[in-house]
Design a protein around this ligand. Structure first.
Ligand SMILES: Nc1ncnc2c1ncn2[C@@H]1O[C@H](COP(=O)(O)OP(=O)(O)OP(=O)(O)O)[C@@H](O)[C@H]1O
Ligand SMILES: [Mg+2]
Length: 304
């Protein structure tokens, strides 16, 4: 049995899982998404299976699991910058076609009962932050008061109602920032029509990152930083035992989004906590290094 690892072959998370699979004597094969678009073969038909660089076609039943680190085919990847300039429409079509093929393979494997960490349908929640919060709230999990809008009037009303507000991208991939008086100037607020934004009550507490594998909390750290968004500057990562309700909430958050593997961000305040998001393909290689945890090992064990 083989574990398929999907992502760029040099990706640190992918390498860390491969190392842990080696340590367990489990076979693995990388489907290097950096090969595509390109001349490296990728064929699929239901009769003969999946053909990639590996000479023999891969039959679904020979796979014990699939780890999807990153599908790729993302226009925001800087590798595509030049082509995006010179031939935007054909590039968009090309990536859509590749996504269609690999997406079909994954969905088919999922239908056949091969565990996929995480399956494409659930992976999509990464870009659906407002959905995540709504889902958590419906499941009875505590979330920060949040409004996602492209409407300056609605944004203004939210800011007037909530004491201190931060804003951040709807689909992630940016930083959280505090809403300032300048942000509320009409010229700037009008720019909301360019793209909606998430406005959220600022939480004053400690950032927790919990890694969930198959419902279990396999690592937790709190992240100490002087910045609102810790990724904007130096920060300390220290392992810690999460309070039981926080651990239970992280596991539940992953479960209600159907995620077998997740990195859940929670802010723990003096007397309570709020869930920010569950990341379906979290980075953990640096985290393991800095915090002395073994997320890669737990993930490998699950894949095996
Ligand atoms: N309401 C908030 N109050 C205080 N700090 C916040 C708040 N929301 C976000 N932050 C800070 O910004 C960081 C990033 O926010 P969040 O985890 O919600 O989304 P994200 O990580 O930007 O999404 P992605 O990982 O997809 O880029 C948090 O870990 C936290 O440090
Ligand atoms: Mg986050």
């Amino acid at each position: 049995m083989t574990v398929a690892l999907i992502g760029p072959s040099e990706d640190r998370e992918l390498r860390a899982v491969a190392t842990e699979l080696d340590a367990r004597g489990t076979e693995w094969a990388v489907w290097d998404t950096d090969h595509w678009p390109g001349e490296v073969p990728l064929s699929f038909d239901v009769a003969s299976g999946i053909r990639t660089t590996v000479s023999e076609p891969i039959q679904p039943d020979s796979l014990s699991a699939v780890y999807v680190r990153r599908i790729g085919f993302d226009l925001r990847n800087s590798d595509f910058a030049d082509e995006l300039d010179t031939r935007p429409y054909s590039l968009v079509n090309q990536l859509t076609e590749y996504r269609g093929l690999l997406g079909s393979v994954l969905r088919y494997l999922d239908d056949r009962g091969i565990p996929i960490v995480n399956a494409p349908q659930t992976m999509a929640v990464h870009r659906l932050k407002p959905y995540q919060l709504a889902r958590f709230a419906d499941a009875g999990l505590p979330v920060p008061k949040t409004l996602t809008t492209n409407d300056p009037t609605a944004a203004m009303e939210f800011v007037e109602e909530v004491d201190e507000v931060i804003y951040k991208p709807v689909a992630g991939g940016g930083h959280a920032r505090i809403v300032t008086a300048e942000d509320l100037e009409p010229d700037r607020l009008e720019r909301l029509s360019n793209a909606p934004v998430q406005f959220q009550r600022r939480l004053d507490g400690t950032n927790y990152r919990l890694f969930v594998v198959d419902g279990d909390i396999v690592a937790t750290a709190h992240i100490l930083s002087d910045n609102l968004d810790y990724r904007m500057g130096p920060h300390e990562v220290e392992t810690i035992d999460p309070p039981a309700p926080v651990a239970a909430a992280a596991s539940r958050a992953a479960d209600c989004l159907g995620l077998a593997f997740a990195g859940v961000d929670i802010i723990v305040t003096e007397d309570s906590f709020r869930i920010l998001e569950a990341n379906p393909s979290p980075m953990f290689a640096t985290f393991d290094e800095r915090a002395g945890t073994n997320v890669a090992g737990h993930l490998a064990e699950f894949l095996e």
